[in-house]
Design a protein around this ligand. Structure first.
Ligand code: F6R
Length: 612
């Protein structure tokens, strides 16, 4: 969703802000803007609808704007259409206060009404303009400085926000406040940076502070000061970011997505190495003891999108290996009912960003009920990571492409590790099986690499089907979970309508959609279900479908039925999603490429969904 950057120091701010915004493009946006303040408090604001390029052109790549302190924003429209007027920064009528905002202010209409009566005029349809003017109102009414004015506004507004604000009387200073929307602050050599996410400032600093909920910060070339909502100074320690700056660059690939697809063997291998020591799984860093594991009554997995699909795969694996009942829930549904949870339940939240609004709220709800929570998160220090009782970090590194690939793969690995360890601790598998499952896990990165080395066939096949109207994915059991992710990958970046079906469900309605030439991808990685899926594929073939089969080496008889086959290396059947997903990710990417689309920035989508 919206991206925020801020800079104050001794260099010109505008080029740094534009560069920072370009690193946040992956979050999704439809307009952008920057505000730069010079030493005398003079402010210049430039905004543009569309891509950052338009803003760069308007500002001569930032060179036309003078000043060493500024804020910038990429906007993903929530209130008001994408337009220059609705783009941020927004300003108070006299330009005393300038601000950018990420989040949603729920009671903005009420605030607008109140301020209109006090003589304020509104020029945009946004909720943000109401906050900017509210801060200006308190700033002038109480004359007690920026922290006081912002705190008073924080008490008055309802919703979520990451705010960066500049005040005319305080040149060189940026004030930040946050509730439920991500924001980080970096400090290095007399310069201070602010951003919605690490990649925007990674080039400049690795020392990052996380602002907590309902906290404020003042950035200046002298450093950063933090305050609670009462205006008292609070102390914070920086966290060192270990991601290397290159991992946030394209490094010769046409898109981040294809680069991240290729990074999967390493990401998986790093994640495995973080928990497998001397051939055994060690969950001590996660904080899970054997007693904790023995005491689990039921597991509930809560997540959104692809992370939810990981949960579906995990359900099969955990139930099968550890014999613990597992429920998988969409966070956006789970949080709005009154789920029945027991004291010995463990609720696992899966999130790449650690900031997905629905997942975060679901976590808070579960914590209020006193139930144990475990988060599987990629972004260190993100809200979900900080608020869960236990955290298992995926080591995927920064994921920039909107469509997740390497984070998905590392989340799967974490779920396998939990399943195998839970199974061993609870006596469901013996030592021999334990050792063999771990060794199978350790062999996955090399097998993933083999699939990547053979990508040209998929590229050729993808280009043949890039004009499809509909594509269906069918499978049973774990293969159905793979289909769900394969179908989402394809539709989100190629805009081809696609659905995943549990193959046994086809006859209950969907089969009527099959026409001559409709591509149906069957996933068949499970021995017991192989024949059943083949029968379903024959059924659609006889209605005109063109069949692609995705199976493991050895199942050569599939070629009697299907038109195009992709084989994956053999592995334990529980772990097949890690391999089968790679050809499907490649297929989605190459279909999007053949259609001339930008796979990294699919329309209408945002990387991190920080509003519900
Ligand atoms: C799809 C995709 C999304 C995310 C979902 C959850 O490719 O990336 O479906 O999986 O928005 O995001 P996180 O994992 O950050 O909570």
């Amino acid at each position: 969703m919206c991206g925020i950057v801020g800079f104050t120091g001794t260099r010109q701010a505008a080029p740094i802000l534009l560069e920072g915004l370009s690193k946040l493009e992956y979050r999704g946006y439809d307009s952008a803007g920057i505000a730069v303040r010079d030493g005398d408090g003079r402010t210049e604001v430039v905004k543009a609808k569309g891509r950052l390029k338009a803003l760069e052109e308007k500002t001569d790549c930032g060179l036309a704007m003078k000043g060493c302190c500024g804020i910038g924003h990429t906007r993903w429209a929530t209130h008001g259409e994408p337009s220059e007027a609705n783009a941020h920064p927004h300003i108070s009528d006299d330009m005393d206060v300038v601000a950018v905002h990420n989040g949603i202010i729920e009671n903005f209409r009420e605030i607008k009404e109140k301020l209109s009566k006090k003589g304020y005029t509104f020029y945009s349809q946004t909720d943000t303009e109401a906050v900017v003017k509210l801060i200006d109102y308190y700033y002038k009414k109480y004359n007690s400085g920026p922290v006081d004015a912002i705190s008073k506004a924080m008490v008055r507004v309802r919703g979520s926000y990451a705010l960066a604000v500049m005040f005319k009387d305080h040149p060189g200073e940026i004030y930040a406040a946050r509730k439920d929307s991500p924001m980080i602050i970096g400090v290095e050599n007399g310069e201070a940076y602010l951003a919605s996410d690490v990649p925007a400032i990674l080039k400049h600093t690795r020392n990052v502070y996380y602002i907590g909920n309902l906290e404020l910060a003042k950035l200046s070339p002298e450093g950063v000061e933090f305050y609670n909502i009462d205006g008292d100074i609070i102390e914070k320690e920086p966290t060192e970011i270990k991601w290397d700056a290159e991992s946030a660059e394209k490094g010769g690939y046409a898109h981040f997505m294809i680069k991240e697809i290729h990074e999967q063997p390493k990401a998986v291998s790093d994640t495995l190495a973080s928990a497998v020591k001397d051939g055994r799984i060690d969950l001590s860093a996660v904080g899970l003891s054997d007693e904790d594991i023995e005491g689990i009554g039921q597991i509930i997995i809560v997540a959104c999108g692809s992370s939810y699909h990981v949960g579906i795969s995990a359900q099969y694996v955990i139930e099968d290996l550890a014999r613990i009942p597992v429920r998988v829930e969409l966070a956006s549904e789970f949080r709005y009912r009154d789920p029945i949870l027991k004291k010995d339940d463990m609720v696992i939240f899966i999130s790449q960003s650690g900031e997905t609004a629905d997942t975060l709220e679901a976590l808070r709800d579960v914590k209020r009920r006193g139930i144990r929570t475990l988060a599987i998160v990629n972004v260190v220090g993100s809200s979900i990571a900080r608020e869960a009782d236990n955290v298992f970090y995926t080591l995927a590194g920064p994921e920039i492409a909107v469509a997740t690939t390497k984070a998905y793969s590392t989340q799967l690995i974490v779920c396998y590790l939990l399943a195998v360890q839970f199974a061993k601790v609870r006596g469901e598998i013996d030592e021999e099986r334990y050792v063999s499952l771990i060794s199978e896990l350790m062999s996955l990165p090399a097998k993933m690499q083999r699939l990547l080395d053979d990508k040209e066939r998929i590229q050729w096949f993808a280009s043949k089907f890039s004009n499809s109207k509909d594509i269906f994915f069918i499978g049973r059991g774990i293969d159905y979970a793979i289909c769900m992710e394969g179908s989402l990958k394809l539709k989100e970046i190629s805009y081809i309508h696609s659905e995943a079906y549990a193959a046994g469900e086809l006859k209950h309605g969907t089969i009527s959609l099959i026409e001559d030439g409709t591509l149906v991808v069957g996933v068949l990685t499970q021995n017991d279900l192989f024949e059943k899926i083949i029968s379903n594929m024959v059924e659609v073939k006889s209605r005109g479908a063109y069949l692609m089969g995705l199976t493991t080496y050895g199942h050569y008889n599939i070629e009697d039925t299907v038109d195009f086959t992709v084989y994956t290396p053999q592995t334990d059947e529980h772990f097949t999603p890690s391999l089968a997903i790679i050809p499907l990710q490649l297929m989605a990417y190459y279909v999007s490429l053949a259609k001339g689309l930008d796979a990294d920035k699919p329309r209408n989508l945002a990387k991190s969904v920080t509003v519900e």
